[in-house]
Design a protein around this ligand. Structure first.
Ligand code: ADP
Length: 610
């Protein structure tokens, strides 16, 4: 028997595997099954191209054999097998460049993050050392004139031995002598669960062999590899539910195969609605990455852009390296292409839903619209498409109805050159906000936006089809100095008076061109945040200065004219000062803000009533 030392880098990997990986031990089974499945794949390929292939009668299978008495777990296949030279090369050194690069990158500091990383990374055959103190491998190559070989390694010694073996059938048998602490991997249910979780779609039968029976544990049925026409709607839906743990059927299924230089299969689901909060925690979205039907990453948030994280599904590619890690995902060019391709498909599906199933899409948008909005801001490459997916309530819609930007632009008034919007907490509040009155009177539609995300969105995109977004509650060029010279002269003194009373809270009082029925409204500086967002930001940063708004008054309103009369008669009247304050506080309420001093506000009202 020849005794060998492992090469230095292999020792390093072994050390790492044995001492740093506790949390993801179970991946060893996935790795060994994956090796067996590869070995069978290669055999099938060679059987097509070569004559000199050792035949067996049995079907191509992978067997998992737990033996409680001996405390061994055997993984056995009838694939390509290994010759003596191959086993020396494959199991004594680290041939894979991915592993080697990865090892080179590792410095001592990285070790604390390792268990998590490496679980995703795949350390191949060596992962078996996480659970075994000793490993034996019997292998017989497909080449008819090669002798069978025996390889064994004791973990503690960092050595391995090779000798001849009398194994007479083709393939490889890996016998793990389990650590005393890892006996759980002898339990039938545990093995079944692991196969189901990681290797359910492996192309070959995976048989669990016990003293009592021999049964297949993987379903072998990779839905995504099937022809679309062969999959029933219920099968798609069931698969979605098992994948995402969602109770609802999905809104849409996207299933296609990309051909060409970068071949892959994608099966992606768009959810129909967000489950109640308590259930949402349990929903697992994200994409599962398979390489040739072997699960590499589950529920990965890295495959699609963050704003599509509500999508769940599967990518299966033959062109990616099996040892791909989360870090490497970001840099892998093929995967970037897959991401772009799938993103486009999902967006185009959403577009179709919006035009074809408007009601369902609206429901979807109410639950997941904030993701689409995030996309508008973050994905400039797809911005046009994403903008067309947006929906807003508007002054032209009933409660619960929505308009899109294209609809808005198609119904522009002839003289309208801007897109008008109003930021408000709710449809009801928006409907009653005075600052939009003149726009509505002119027949201009006003979109109702939500504080926060929508504001950031319009400030970010600024334009849609060359039309600027303009807030009806902000000072704007189109509404500047519209008051008549006559009104300006008439109200000059009164405006100064009001400005003075409210000087702590407003920048100034001014004549309004946007009011019709209401006496006054709050207007904010161009480009400033809404009162709501400002409040949120101030909660985060107490030092953020408050911007003072403008109080606009309606020169045609009877109340304003009455107050002007009072002002001209007796500008020292306390009642008048009180009325001015109440007018301001009421305007704040209509804007969705609260008066600064609620106590004073109620007192003022009570006194005015009595
Ligand atoms: P990887 O499978 O990622 O290449 P491993 O360390 O798991 O890395 O295995 C190293 C090599 O050993 C494989 O590339 C393969 O050539 C060989 N090998 C491993 N398991 C088997 C097996 N069951 N049958 C045949 N060859 C195997």
């Amino acid at each position: 028997m020849d005794k060998h030392d492992f090469k230095t880098e292999t020792k390093k990997l072994l050390d790492l595997v044995i001492h740093s990986l506790y949390s993801k031990k179970e991946i060893f089974l996935r790795e060994l099954i994956s090796n067996s499945s590869d070995a069978i794949n290669r055999l099938r390929f060679l059987a097509l191209t070569e004559d000199n292939v050792l035949k067996t009668q049995e079907p191509l299978t992978i067997e998992i054999i737990p033996d409680s008495e001996k405390a061994t777990l055997t993984i056995k296949d009838n694939g390509i097998g290994m010759t003596k030279d191959e086993i020396e090369q494959n199991l004594g050194t680290i041939a894979r460049s991915g592993t080697r690069n990865y090892l080179e990158k590792l410095s001592g500091n990285d070790l604390k993050d390792l268990p998590d990383l490496i679980g995703q990374f795949g350390v191949g055959f060596y992962s078996a050392f996480m659970v075994a103190e000793k490993i034996e491998v019997f292998s017989k190559s497909y080449l008819t004139d090669e002798k069978a070989v025996f390889w064994t390694s004791d973990v503690k010694s960092y050595t391995y031995e090779i000798s001849d073996s009398d194994k007479n059938n083709r393939g490889t048998e890996v016998i793990l002598h389990l650590n005393p602490d890892d006996k759980e991997f002898l339990q039938e249910w545990k093995l079944t669960e692991l196969v189901k979780r990681f290797s359910d779609f492996v192309e070959y039968p995976i048989m669990l062999v016990t003293s009592k029976e021999k049964k297949q544990v993987n379903s072998q049925k990779a839905l995504w590899q099937m022809q679309k026409s062969d999959v029933k709607k219920e099968e798609y839906n069931e698969f979605y539910k098992s994948l995402s743990l969602d109770f609802n059927d999905p809104l849409s299924v996207i299933h296609y195969r990309a051909e060409g230089k970068n071949e892959f299969t994608a099966l992606a689901y768009i959810p129909s609605e967000k489950p109640p909060l308590s259930f949402f925690e349990g929903i697992k979205s994200g994409m599962n990455l398979y390489i040739n039907r072997i699960l590499i990453l589950s529920h990965s948030e890295e495959i699609l852009p963050h704003y599509l994280s509500f999508v769940s599904g599967i990518i299966d590619s033959a062109d990616l390296p099996l040892n791909i890690s989360r870090e490497m995902l970001q840099e892998n060019r093929k995967l970037m292409q897959i991401r772009q391709n799938l993103t486009k498909k999902i967006l185009s599906e959403l577009k179709d839903l919006k035009s074809g199933k408007r009601k369902e899409y609206e429901k979807f948008f109410q639950d997941f619209g904030h993701f689409i909005k995030e996309g508008v801001v973050s994905d400039s490459a797809n911005r046009e498409t994403l903008l067309d997916l947006l929906l807003f309530p508007s002054s032209s819609s009933e409660k619960g109805e929505f308009r899109d930007l294209n609809e808005y632009v198609s119904s522009l008034k002839e003289d309208q050159k801007e897109i008008y919007y109003l930021v408000s907490d709710s449809y009801e509040l928006a409907k009653n906000t005075p600052s939009q009155e003149m726009f509505k009177t002119k027949g201009y539609e006003v979109l109702y936006l939500l504080p926060g995300i929508d504001e950031i969105l319009v400030q970010n995109v600024q334009k849609y089809k060359d039309l600027s977004f303009v807030s009806v509650s902000e000072q704007s060029d189109s509404l500047k100095d519209k008051a008549s010279e006559e009104d300006k002269a008439k109200f000059k003194g009164f405006l100064e008076f009001v400005s003075d009373i409210l000087k702590d809270d407003v920048k100034e009082a001014a004549l309004s061109s946007r009011l019709v029925d209401s006496p006054a409204c709050i207007v904010r500086e161009k480009g400033s945040y809404s009162a709501n967002l400002e409040k949120v930001l101030r909660d985060i940063n107490k030092d953020m200065p408050l911007t003072k708004p403008v109080l606009e008054i309606n020169p045609s309103h009877s109340l304003i004219n009455k107050m002007l009369g009072e002002f001209e008669k007796d500008r020292t009247s306390n009642k008048l000062r009180q009325r001015v304050r109440v007018l301001f506080d009421l305007s704040l309420l209509l804007e969705g803000s609260t008066p600064k001093d609620i106590g004073k506000f109620t007192d003022d009202i009570v006194q005015l009533i009595t």
